[in-house]
Design a protein around this ligand. Sequence first.
Ligand code: COA
Length: 406
Amino acid sequence: MAANSETQVRKRMRRNGRQGTGNGRYAHIVGWGIEVPERVLSNDEIERMVETSDEWIRDRTGIAERRIADERDTTATLGLRAARKALTQANLSPRDLDLIIVATSSPTHLFPATANTIQDKLGASRAGAFDLLAACTGFIYAVSLAAAHIEAGMANAVLVIGTETLSRILDWQDRSTCILFGDGAGAFVLCASETPGGVRASVLHSDGSGGDHLYARSGVRTSWNGPPTEQSLVMNGQEVFRFASRVMAQATEEVLEQAGLAIDDVDVIIPHQANIRIIQAAARGLKLPMDRFFVNIERYGNTSTASIPIAVVEAVEQGQLKSNDRLVLVGFGAGLTWGAMLIEWDVVPSARSYLQDALRESWYILAHVRSMVRRLLRVLEAIFWKQPRDTQHRATRLPDDKEQTD
Ligand code: COA
């Protein structure tokens, strides 16, 4: 390819970003659901754990309380319950799903992926499943990927989940981080349609040079014989604050430019809920009043990948996000990563059918039986399929593969 035309191609790619393929397939959000643990941890309780105050936390972050998962729950069980609600809302069966993407910053295991556990528990027997790690921007990355799969004709129905048990990777002695985060999950179901609308544009960014400002080692040693590493989240709050205050407005403007729209064409902006002062900085950067932003940080803190879907679902429930509204999702996180997405919320909730609900519930029971049978078959296979002794190994249950799903 000649140098000139290569440059033109690059320019065109930059201008277009991810705006659909133009092949008449659109990715619509047809189902949504959230799950938050019952246990509320208030600022007053944190006051008794570290040297801080309710007043300081509210003033510097906007957070009053957050939810904490109890020991029966995992990142997978929270995500599973959010996913079931989204499938019910979409009136789809798990076997309709082609792909499951779980965005999480606090998976129970390095592998297998949380998505595999959820796929098994849902009985989504036709779906591929994987986890995506882009920290708190993960949900935007995952929805963008899901939409691209649908537009390209590679999938008709995709389940996207953002789910976290961040309380398990926090250092509860570190007052600069333990006050910020909470647990929870949210899910979207995206489906193919020939009707224009749904996910219209997205921008995704990364700057790995800022990776050391927010990280969690999660048990990976620095060398094969090195000592076990800390698992807790480590953060340089001021650096992250400066970066976030800059990129939220920038990414919103960028995605609007890509979609050929102005800020006044947007009805609601749903930002990642990390700190009220960061959202206020974004509002100033965009010269918008705060009432154009949906905020629920006061009750949940920062739930990382779950923060945006939890806010979307609450915005719908409170009538602040309505059918045919134009919506911008914008977020940032460790990586450093950031991104934004423009969605036409042209969804009309599908009519509930009690028969379908009953069939779905039966399917979940069957999924459980199917999973047990598959485990049993593996045991039988190990007995009857004689391999050379030195390659034999014993499969054990995953240590945290909890059974509880409701
Ligand atoms: N309670 C009381 N005082 C606290 C405190 C707490 N929980 N945490 C920090 N402080 C103290 C500091 O020790 C410091 O004291 P000093 O002046 O005596 O040294 C003082 O408050 C100011 O600290 P600073 O870090 O400048 O506070 P801040 O205004 O930047 O607020 C954050 C701290 C963490 C709330 C803020 O930086 C932030 O939100 N950053 C972004 C983090 C984020 O969004 N992370 C997730 C990304 S997805």
